[in-house]
Design a protein around this ligand. Structure first.
Ligand SMILES: [Cu+2]
Length: 153
């Protein structure tokens, strides 16, 4: 009986496309492009307070052999984050090249720098406040084009 109810509930959820169950885990896999500095997913939407798993994949057959990361930051902070990542002082700092995480309190969470063939999953609870929460790659020179938005609704 329980499973019948669960099946009915599942059907109702499928039938009502605007309704997203906040108890469901939103799983998003973002893959770095093999040729250019870009993510394949520029935007995704989650519910406020929803459990989220975001995986960054740097494909092992990457042709540009670039390392990439995924840095998630505070609501509406994309321009400031690009500025922080592209601070010219970073580019001549060998430590920054190894772990390119700019010093700013705008960062909420981030992956490590992933080489081709590596991936990492960030697990978290989406913010309660609706809005556009940016993510970007802070490796030298990537931030301005390698970014996207997690929309919280
Ligand atoms: Cu990158």
């Amino acid at each position: 009986m329980k499973s019948t109810i669960a099946a009915l509930v599942a059907l109702l959820v499928i039938g009502t496309s605007s309704f997203v169950n906040a108890d469901e885990v939103a799983e998003i896999t973002i893959t770095a492009d093999k040729l250019t500095f870009a993510y394949d997913i520029k935007e995704f939407t989650v519910k406020a307070g929803q459990k989220v798993k975001v995986t960054l994949v740097n494909p092992k057959d990457s042709q540009n052999l670039q390392p990439h990361n995924l840095v998630m930051s505070k609501k509406g902070s994309l321009a400031e984050m690009i500025g922080a990542a592209n601070n010219p002082a970073n580019f001549s700092n060998p430590e920054f090249l190894k772990n390119p995480i700019p010093e700013t309190d705008l960062i909420v969470r981030h992956t490590k720098l992933l080489k081709p063939g590596e991936s990492e999953t960030l697990e978290f609870t989406a913010p309660e406040e609706a809005g556009d929460y940016p993510y970007l790659c802070t490796y030298v020179g990537h931030a301005a084009i390698m970014n996207g938005v997690m929309k919280v609704e």
